[in-house]
Write a protein that binds this ligand. Structure first.
Ligand code: FE
Ligand code: FE
Ligand code: ZN
Length: 302
């Protein structure tokens, strides 16, 4: 059994796949995320299969897995204009066709912004989009990212993601990527009530859908709906909560991806810190600890 924390970060794909493998290894990352193309959209580079296979061989030899491809964040599957929805569909279709060459990859995307159409219309359009993509029966799992609820973002709470999933016909390969900054900004208190938040996720979506964690601290307060990432330990979520998240019984085996404002070296420092915090077998949920303390005090006084 693998007792190593699966953690990595977002890595620049500018120099190709093989370089991403080298970069990941340099900072002791055993997973990584990358943009499939310019994050603002646009054309992808011609797929260099030799470069891709070289990365896969290298990764296999160095224990790197869980490649998470991130769709351009400017795509809007629930745009009001049909032209924009078509663009989102064609771009994601092209990405998924490429990702068939990258075994074990997952594909994460921002569900979209409904822009005055209302969440219900947005949810339906996103589900339609996924149903069309699923006709192609790709191997790659598609992950819906939890959003902070900035502007008219769809996916601002677990219920909205559930509503999308409910409307997707072949949902076997459909998962969720939980972004810690986004859910915290969205009003889920993962600092003081992590267990309850995960229970709600489980009730609403099902923890079996949870396939990846974007591990980011936040620059803003709980429920701010802002979405500005901070380095681990430098934001409102803080080091202790981060340690509890990576060690949580229901999360500890998932892949974690940093999207913090850092260069490669800074990410390496965060990874080293988090690896030190990963206590796995010794972990106790925070409530157990505080309960024990309470009864312990009364006993001690007798
Ligand atoms: Fe994202
Ligand atoms: Fe994210
Ligand atoms: Zn974000």
């Amino acid at each position: 059994m693998n007792h190593k924390l699966t953690i990595g970060c977002h890595i620049s794909s500018a120099k190709g796949f093989y370089q991403m493998g080298l970069d990941a290894d340099k900072i002791d990352a055993n997973c990584f995320q990358f943009f499939t193309r310019n994050p603002r959209g646009g054309k992808a580079k011609v797929l260099d299969l030799e470069d891709l296979n070289r990365m896969m061989d290298y990764s296999k030899a160095h224990g790197i897995s869980h490649f998470l491809a991130h769709a351009p964040y400017t795509l809007n599957a629930c745009a009001k204009e049909e032209r924009l929805r078509t663009f989102a569909y064609e771009t994601m279709l092209d990405d998924l066709q490429r990702l068939e060459h990258l075994s074990g990859a997952m594909y994460n995307f921002h569900p979209g912004s409904h822009v005055q159409q209302g969440a219900e219309v947005g949810i339906q359009l996103i589900a339609d989009h996924l149903n069309r993509l699923n006709e192609h029966q790709f191997r790659t799992s598609i992950l819906l990212e939890t959003m902070s609820g900035k502007g008219s973002e769809v996916g601002r709470n677990f219920q909205e993601l559930r509503a999308i999933i409910d409307k997707v016909e072949h949902d076997r390969n459909l998962g969720v990527c939980l972004d810690t900054c986004h859910v915290f900004d969205g009003g889920y208190d993962i600092v003081d009530h992590l267990d309850e938040v995960l229970q709600e996720f489980d009730r609403c979506i099902g923890l079996d859908r949870l396939k990846a964690i974007h591990l980011n601290d936040s620059m803003n307060e709980l429920g701010s709906h802002k979405d500005r990432h901070a380095r681990i330990g430098e934001g409102t979520i803080g080091q202790a909560a981060m340690a509890r998240i990576i060690n949580h019984e229901q999360l500890k085996n998932l892949p974690f991806y940093l999207e913090t404002p850092n260069e490669l070296e800074g990410h390496g420092e965060e990874i080293a810190f988090l690896r030190k915090c990963y206590t796995k077998d010794r972990y106790m949920p925070i409530h157990t600890i505080s309960d024990k303390k309470l009864t312990g005090t009364s006993n001690r006084n007798k």
